[in-house]
Design a protein around this ligand. Structure first.
Ligand code: FE2
Ligand code: FE2
Length: 202
């Protein structure tokens, strides 16, 4: 604990608890989502380091950013997958709202409150598809938004790679990220993902 620091230990404990929730209670979606969450956490940690955002909070926010999807899956099962599965982010949020009266960002925020997560992590969860709506903690929100997009685009974590306009995303983001950095970032993210996956395997 002294070596790692309190926040690192707390975040690892939370991540281990999250793994349990995703992989034992989340059914098929939970397994896929857990890998995607590790992938997002891996990219987010690297982006945070380059942007003077806390890498520990970025890791934690990456792990739990889509927790709201588990709640929807738990409540609506296959129905949720039919409504939202395979849709691009913006359409998914709209579809969730229309069909279930809420969306996975809103439900993720409730989880964050319940679990007593730091405010900036809660803010990143509740705005990761609409970073412009976040007011107070833009740094971490932007890290999670871009990490989520890149993890999906690169297909890190076993999801099918998704077509995303990376150039536009990088230009629109206030992060300290350049297109030239992406190849190295992708390699390091994959390595980080492998290391994370190995360290959570039991
Ligand atoms: Fe999401
Ligand atoms: Fe995501």
């Amino acid at each position: 604990m002294v070596v790692l620091g309190f926040r690192a230990v707390r975040n690892l404990a939370l991540a281990a608890a999250a793994e349990d929730v995703f992989t034992s209670d989340g059914g098929t979606l939970g397994q896929t989502l857990w890998k995607h969450s590790l992938a997002c956490a891996s990219v987010a940690t690297l982006l945070a380091k380059a942007d003077r955002v806390s890498a520990e909070e970025a890791f934690l926010a990456g792990i739990v950013h889509d927790a709201g999807k588990l709640i929807l899956f738990d409540a609506y099962g296959e129905n949720y997958l039919e409504v939202a599965g395979g849709l691009p982010s913006e359409q998914r949020i709209a579809a969730e709202r229309e069909r279930f009266g809420t969306d996975h960002q809103e439900l993720g925020l409730r989880c964050a409150d319940e679990w007593g997560l730091p405010m900036e992590v809660a803010d990143a969860i509740s705005n990761h598809h609409d970073p412009l709506d976040a007011e107070d903690f833009r740094g971490l929100v932007d890290v999670i938004t871009v990490a989520n997009g890149l993890a999906q685009h690169w297909g890190v974590g076993g999801l099918d790679a998704r077509e995303i306009d990376v150039e536009r995303m990088v230009h629109q983001s206030p992060l300290n990220l350049k297109l030239d950095d992406l190849t190295e970032l992708q390699e390091r993210s994959l390595e980080g993902f492998d290391t994370l996956q190995a360290s959570f395997a039991n």
